[in-house]
Design a protein around this ligand. Structure first.
Ligand code: NAD
Length: 536
C-alpha cells in the first residue's frame, strides 16, 4: 500500500514549543524522546539528520507526535560507509562474544518492554497487548540468537579423494540492509538484527517513514549497548526517510543482503534492483490468507480464531485472515456466531487495556477500506457486518477508525480483484464450499502464498492439507488461525509473497557467506572424478 507521508521541506525553521497531550508526552518522555525539538533520525555512531522533515502522527487522534530530521542523500552514503567499516571490525569478534552483546540488547529491551510497547501503540496504532507483544518478539529472537551464537555450525563432508576433507564454512556476510513496513515497526527489525548481528554482520535499518520514533527508541537502546562494549555504533545504523532513502540503500553495492518487508508492488522493484547488481535479497511481501472451516471443526475454537485473524491489528497484519471458506453444512451457524463477535467490538483508544479494535494506520488506509467496501457494494456482495467509517468523540475524532467488515461476494472466481489482491484493511470475504479439494483450490488460486489455516478434527483432512496437494503457502496451520507466528520456526511466504524466510528454522544461514573448503592433508594431489591431467 502507499504510505501516507507528510514531508515538510524546511531545513531551517523556528517553531514554538508544542503542547502535546499528556497521553503522548508520558510515553515519549519515558523513552527520552524530546518533546520540544525536532528529533535526529540518523544514527551511524553519531546522531544526526539534515534531510527532509517527516512528521510522526498518532493514528488514534491525528495528533502530531514529533518532527523527525531524516537522512539527506549524503548522510545515507556516509552511514553506508560507516556501516561497512563497522562490519570489517565486527566480523573478527568471536561469535559467542557477539551473542553476549545480543544478551545485553535483550536486557535493554526487556527493561523498557512496556514503554516501547506503548510507543508502538501510540505511533502505529495497534492495541497495547500487541504493541508489547512485538517488543517481546524482539526479546525472544535475541534469546534465540544468543543460543545460535554457539551453534552456527558448518559441516565436514566426506571426500572421494584419499587424504582429503571438505569443510562447509560459514563466515560473516557483510552489510545487511533492513527495510521494514509500518505494521511491525519493532519485530521485523528484531528478527533481522538479531540474526545478522550474531552472524557477525553490520546492519543498516530503513524503517517505515510513518514509524520513525519507534525506530529511534529501539536504536538508542542498541547504541548504548554497543557503546558499553566499545563497539562501533554503525554495527546497528539507522537511516530514517522515505522512498529515496530506501532506494539508496537498495542500490548500494556496499550492502550484501537486502532484507525487505513490505508490499508486493515495492518488493518487485526492490527485488529486481538487488538482482541487477547480483546482491542477495530476502523478500517478505503481502499476504492474502485464507481460513478453511470443515464440518467436523470445533467451532468454539474456529470462530474466535477467525475473529482474531481477521480483526486483530485492525486487519493490518501480513498474516491477517482475508478470505474465509466455510463448508456448506456449518456456514450459517459459523457466520451467525462470527457476526455476534463482530457486533461486540467497540473501537477505542488502543492504549486502554480493554480495547480490542484500534485505528487504521493512516488516512490513506481508511480510504482504501472505503473504496473496497464501495466496490463490494457495486458488485452486489452481501455485507453482513461493518462497511462504515466510525466517527468517535474527541480526542479520537481525528483518528482512523473503521468498522471491520464481513462480505459475501457473488463470485467465487479467485481471479477477481476482490479475491486476488491484498486489501490491507479489516475486510473478510466469505465463500461457501462443498468439499475440501475445492477449498484448497481456492486457497492456492491467488498470487500470494503467506499464511493459511484449516479447522478440522479429521486426520485425513490434516494429512491432505499439509501434504503435496495441500496448501501452497509458507505457513500452513491446523486448528490455529492465520496470524500469530512464533519466532522458533522460519517465517515467510511463497509465490508473490516473495519466498523469503526470517527468524527461526535455518533462516540464519542466509546471513552468512558459505565457503566450500577442500583440504588436502596427504602427500598426493589427486583430481576429483578420477581426472588424469598427466602425460606419464
Ligand atoms: P510499503 O511497501 O509501502 O513500504 C515498505 C518499505 O519500503 C518502507 O520502509 C518504505 O519507505 C520503503 N520503500 C517504498 N518505496 C521504496 C523503493 N522504491 N525502494 C526502496 N524502499 C522503498 O509497505 P507498507 O505499507 O509499509 O507495509 C504493508 C505491506 O507490508 C503489506 O503488503 C504487508 O502484507 C507487508 N508485510 C509483509 C510482511 C511479511 O512478513 N510478509 C510483514 C509485514 C508487512
Amino acid at each position: 500500500m502507499i504510505i501516507f507521508k507528510r514531508v515538510v521541506q524546511s531545513p531551517i525553521h523556528i517553531r514554538a514549543k508544542r503542547c502535546l497531550s499528556s497521553r503522548a508526552s508520558g510515553i515519549l518522555s519515558a523513552l527520552n524522546i524530546s518533546l520540544d525539538k525536532d528529533i535526529e533520525g540518523v544514527y551511524d555512531g553519531e546522531w544526526k539528520g539534515s534531510g527532509d522533515i517527516i512528521e510522526s502522527s498518532c493514528p488514534a487522534t491525528g495528533e502530531v507526535l514529533a518532527r523527525v530530521k531524516t537522512a539527506s542523500p549524503a548522510e545515507v552514503l556516509e552511514a553506508l560507509a560507516k556501516t561497512r567499516e563497522a562490519y570489517l571490525h565486527f566480523r573478527n569478534v568471536p561469535a559467542p562474544r557477539r551473542g553476549e552483546v545480543l544478551r545485553q540488547i535483550r536486557e535493554g529491551l526487556a527493561s523498557k518492554r512496556e514503554e516501547l510497547g506503548a510507543l508502538v501503540t501510540l505511533e502505529m496504532g495497534k492495541i497495547r497487548t500487541e504493541g508489547v507483544g512485538e517488543v517481546q518478539e524482539f526479546i525472544d529472537i535475541c534469546d534465540y540468537a544468543l543460543g545460535l551464537s554457539r551453534m552456527m555450525n558448518g559441516r565436514v563432508i566426506a571426500s572421494e579423494r584419499p587424504g582429503h576433507s571438505i569443510l562447509e564454512v560459514p563466515n560473516p556476510l557483510g552489510v545487511v540492509g533492513v527495510l521494514s513496513a509500518f505494521n511491525f515497526p519493532v519485530a521485523v527489525y528484531g528478527w533481522n538484527l538479531a540474526l545478522s548481528l550474531t552472524a557477525g554482520n553490520a546492519t543498516i535499518w530503513k524503517p517505515s517513514p510513518t514509524t520513525p520514533l519507534t525506530s529511534i527508541a529501539i536504536t538508542s537502546i542498541i547504541a548504548q549497548v554497543l557503546k558499553n562494549n566499545n563497539l562501533p555504533g554503525a554495527i546497528a545504523g539507522l537511516v530514517t526517510g522515505g522512498q529515496q532513502v530506501g532506494e539508496a540503500v537498495v542500490r548500494s553495492t556496499d550492502v550484501e543482503l537486502i532484507s525487505f518487508t513490505g508490499s508486493e508492488r515495492v518488493g518487485r522493484i526492490v527485488g529486481q534492483t538487488v538482482v541487477s547488481r547480483f546482491g542477495k535479497s530476502i523478500l517478505e511481501l503481502g499476504g492474502n490468507n485464507a481460513s478453511i472451516v470443515m464440518p467436523d471443526a470445533d467451532l468454539s475454537l474456529a470462530v474466535p480464531g477467525v475473529f482474531f485473524g481477521a480483526v486483530g491489528t485492525a486487519g493490518q497484519r501480513c498474516t491477517s485472515t482475508r478470505r474465509l471458506f466455510l463448508h456448506r453444512q456449518i456456514a450459517s451457524d459459523f457466520l451467525e456466531r462470527l457476526q455476534k463477535l463482530y457486533g461486540s467490538l467497540k473501537p477505542g483508544d488502543p492504549l486502554e487495556h480493554n480495547t480490542l479494535l484500534g485505528p487504521m494506520h493512516t488516512r490513506e488506509a481508511v480510504n482504501l477500506y472505503a473504496n473496497t467496501v464501495s466496490h463490494l457494494r457495486s458488485i452486489d456482495a452481501d455485507i453482513l457486518s461493518g462497511g462504515e467509517i466510525y466517527s468517535l468523540p474527541s480526542p479520537f475524532d481525528g483518528g482512523n477508525f473503521v468498522r471491520p467488515t464481513i462480505a459475501i461476494p457473488k463470485s467465487v472466481n479467485m481471479k477477481d480483484r476482490i479475491w486476488s489482491t491484498e486489501t490491507f484493511a479489516p475486510i473478510l470475504n466469505v465463500a461457501v464450499f462443498e468439499d475440501l479439494e475445492e477449498a484448497i483450490g481456492w486457497n492456492n488460486a491467488v498470487p500470494q502464498g503467506l499464511s493459511s489455516s484449516l479447522w478440522t478434527r479429521d486426520m485425513r483432512n490434516l494429512g491432505k492439507w499439509i501434504g503435496p496437494s495441500g496448501s501452497d503457502a509458507g505457513i500452513v496451520n491446523v486448528n490455529a488461525g492465520t496470524s500469530g507466528a512464533e519466532i522458533g520456526a522460519s517465517f515467510g511466504g511463497n509465490k508473490s509473497t516473495g519466498w523469503g524466510r526470517e527468524a527461526g528454522g535455518d533462516s540464519w544461514s542466509q546471513y552468512v557467506r558459505w565457503s566450500a573448503c577442500t583440504i588436502n592433508f596427504s602427500n598426493e594431489a589427486p583430481l576429483a572424478q578420477g581426472v588424469n591431467f598427466n602425460n606419464d
